[in-house]
Ligand binder design. Structure first.
Ligand SMILES: C[S@@+](CC[C@H](N)C(=O)[O-])C[C@H]1O[C@@H](n2cnc3c(N)ncnc32)[C@H](O)[C@@H]1O
Length: 172
């Protein structure tokens, strides 16, 4: 299910003051959000990872039709992708995936193992060092958001932004 218009507008807004670094959509679906990100931020690199074939192909066609040179789309599991260049992670996933993402970020912030003693695959994840995570509807379970927009829908759905440059304030 793609982000609603209210949700992608909130995510675009929350991305505005996040610097100039690459934006990664983890699970880019039909391209609803990632294409708008690429249009709104033409000077930033925008990357989308999507597992499902049909949504991926549709988003790729739109990217090509619109000649969005700053957008790269991959049919790949983002958990196995190299996220090391990402400055902003945006997502609309589900609670289990948010826990996995939380662990991924936690591991890299607490990483003490010297790079020489870990394999290549692990190294990619250790270098996953985003400045921000922006998530539609689902929270990172162990972190406190620095910004939150409540959507004007019947559920008052939340869109969270986490600034990972701030000291960690774990939830209880
Ligand atoms: C709710 S949709 C959100 C799509 C888009 N980000 C948006 O906001 O409109 C979530 C998408 O994530 C994809 N997805 C879930 N887990 C994934 C994974 N590990 N790697 C790549 N894509 C994944 C699903 O196939 C689905 O298309």
């Amino acid at each position: 299910m793609p982000s609603s218009a209210h949700a992608y507008q909130a995510m675009l807004k929350l991305t505005e003051d996040t610097g100039k670094g690459p934006i990664y959509d983890l699970g880019s679906g039909w391209g609803t959000l990632v294409i708008r990100m690429a249009i709104k931020f033409p000077k930033r690199q925008v990357v989308g990872y999507e597992l499902s074939l049909l949504p991926y192909l549709v988003s790729l066609s739109v990217k090509r039709l619109m000649k969005l040179e700053n957008l790269n789309l991959y049919r790949k599991d983002f958990m196995k992708a190299d996220l090391s260049a990402a400055s902003v992670l945006v997502c609309y996933l589900y609670p289990g995936a948010m826990s996995e993402l939380d662990h991924l970020i936690e591991e890299r912030t607490q990483q003490t193992t010297p790079p020489s003693s870990v394999n290549r695959h692990d190294l990619k994840h250790q270098r996953c060092k985003p400045d921000f995570v922006i998530s539609n509807n689902f929270a990172l379970p162990s972190r406190v958001p620095e910004s939150l927009i409540r959507l004007d829908d019947i559920y008052r759905s939340p869109v969270y932004r986490y600034d990972l440059s701030l000291p960690v304030k774990h939830t209880d």
